[in-house]
Design a protein around this ligand. Structure first.
Ligand SMILES: [Zn+2]
Length: 482
């Protein structure tokens, strides 16, 4: 493993490295799990004893980075395709989530991780906010490891009505997260690291939210929250309260952020927060506009995420395409409305979108030194996008990656120097066994879900408004308790 060398050539190399830039005839030399050298011409590597990967006229990009993906919902494809956020939360998240056993969690996490790799994603921030028992967390970590993906396993603190109840009190979740860090995820150099997804702000009494922050800080975890994800609601807010209690630290990953006010954006910028945007779920579910422009206006580097396949696609090409074109539409509309003429140029480029999905993703997850670009010394996480499906070569490689690619175009995926997809097919996995396990798990959940209540719009409204009243109480506690 240590001395195994591989040369990738034959494609247009988009390094996303500020110095190396694009190399139309480039080649990459990998040794073990690292990128050893990047050349502008493959002849530089002539004579080196290495395995050859011929990219065959494709486009070679850094492994794509998904900064917010709930693999535990990977079996529930499109179940919420017509749902608003409150409907999704009541029916799918808390409903189906209450039925997820450790076995379902293990099966789903494996499928979710492989689905990511299949679409050229090499790193995920896995938002596991359905830890119904300690076994659930271990099952998810085992699957992430078995999949071969680079991941930060974000232990979710969210509480579900799962039977039998494994955690009798909130404190027990904190104890379990600490145990996972001490035992299964103690090695910070592993392919699977540890983070924490905090309970959605407003759901818990403020001191319990504060205790999640304190534990995460103590254990050195990447902390994340669904921040301001419901535009006109007090739920998922509370940034001023959190900041007044000195809980917002640099690197905190704020997911969605669609409903934040200008002062709240200033708080994120001031506390060096990171932002993850999931255009597809945000646009469908009534969460608000994907805030790319707002990020840029505050000097914050946006990153992309798929969120859930309960709604849309499991690949980041879709998010890049939707996100970039959404923001261009809004920007163009601004010119029409406020300048009163045609826009003569497009301000955001496809390279910007690819930057958000690679370089910015690495930065958002605290992994900028190891992934996010094809740079010597970094980990060998590389995706090759093939042009074979098309009749003619592309005139603009990055344009084709961002605006014209799907998982079906991903020819090769390398994670940590290991080939995980080649010639368009996942390799190194018993796919039939994984498929059978996943189907058994899905059938179990679907059968149990028949017993769940059906909510009408009034039920959903009452439930959501009650949660908002509770959030008002909990945020006020920031100033009532020590
Ligand atoms: Zn999420």
């Amino acid at each position: 493993m240590e001395n195994r060398k591989t040369v990738i050539t034959g494609g247009f190399v988009v390094t996303m490295d500020e110095v190396l830039k694009d190399l139309p005839q480039g080649a990459i030399l990998i040794e073990g799990d690292q990128i050893l050298k990047v050349a502008s011409d493959r002849s530089e590597f002539d004579g080196i004893d290495a395995e050859l990967i011929d990219a065959e006229g494709g486009i070679i990009i850094p492994g794509i980075i998904d900064t917010h993906r709930h693999t535990w919902m990977a079996l529930f494809r499109a179940v919420s395709a017509d749902m608003s956020l409150p409907e999704f939360l009541a029916s799918t998240f808390y409903g189906w989530g209450s039925l997820v056993t450790a076995e379902v969690m293990g099966a789903a996490t494996m499928v979710g991780a492989l689905e990511a790799i299949d679409s050229g994603v090499t790193t995920i921030f896995d938002c596991c906010d359905c830890v119904n028992s300690p076994d659930h967390a271990r099952a998810a970590v085992d699957s992430l490891r078995a999949s071969g993906i680079r991941a930060i396993y974000a232990y979710g603190m969210q509480k579900f009505d799962f039977k039998p109840t494994a955690f009798k009190a909130h404190e027990q979740r904190l104890v379990d997260a600490r145990a996972l860090r001490s035992n299964e995820l103690s090695n910070t150099d592993d392919l699977v690291g540890m983070g924490m997804l905090l309970t959605d702000f407003g759901i818990l009494p403020f001191d319990e939210t504060a205790s999640e922050f304190r534990l995460g800080h103590e254990l050195g975890l990447k902390l994340a929250s669904h921040t301001g994800a419901a535009s006109t609601s007090i739920l998922l807010k509370g940034l001023r309260e959190l900041n007044d209690r000195k809980l917002l630290r640099p690197g905190h990953l704020h997911i969605h952020c669609n409903g934040l006010t200008p002062p709240e954006w200033e708080l994120i910028a001031k506390t060096d927060g990171k932002v993850s945007i999931s255009p597809e779920t945000e646009m469908q579910m009534g969460m608000g506009f994907p805030p790319f422009r707002t990020c840029l206006n505050h000097g914050i580097s946006p990153s992309f995420s798929t969120d859930i396949v309960c709604v849309g696609s499991g690949d980041l090409f879709s998010q890049m395409r939707l996100g970039l074109q959404f923001q261009r539409c809004i920007d163009n509309d601004h010119v029409h409305k406020h300048v009163g003429r045609m826009p003569y140029e497009i301000n955001l480029s496809v390279r910007d979108a690819l930057t958000w999905a690679t370089v910015n993703g690495a930065d958002a997850l605290g992994l900028a030194k190891s992934v996010g670009s094809i740079t010597p010394g970094k980990k060998a996480d590389i995706t090759i996008v093939s042009g074979r499906r098309h009749f003619v070569p592309t005139c603009h490689p990055i344009g084709s990656v961002v605006l014209q690619s799907t998982a079906a175009d991903v020819d090769t995926v390398i994670v940590d120097g290991v080939v995980r997809k080649r010639h368009g097919k996942l390799v190194g996995q018993d796919l039939e066994r994984i498929r059978a396990r996943a189907n058994d798990a899905l059938r179990y959940v679907q059968k149990e879900a028949e017993k769940l209540p059906n909510y009408n719009p009034t039920d959903i409204a009452n439930w959501f408004e009650q949660a908002e009243r509770m959030a008002s109480v909990h945020f006020a506690q920031a100033y009532a308790s020590s």
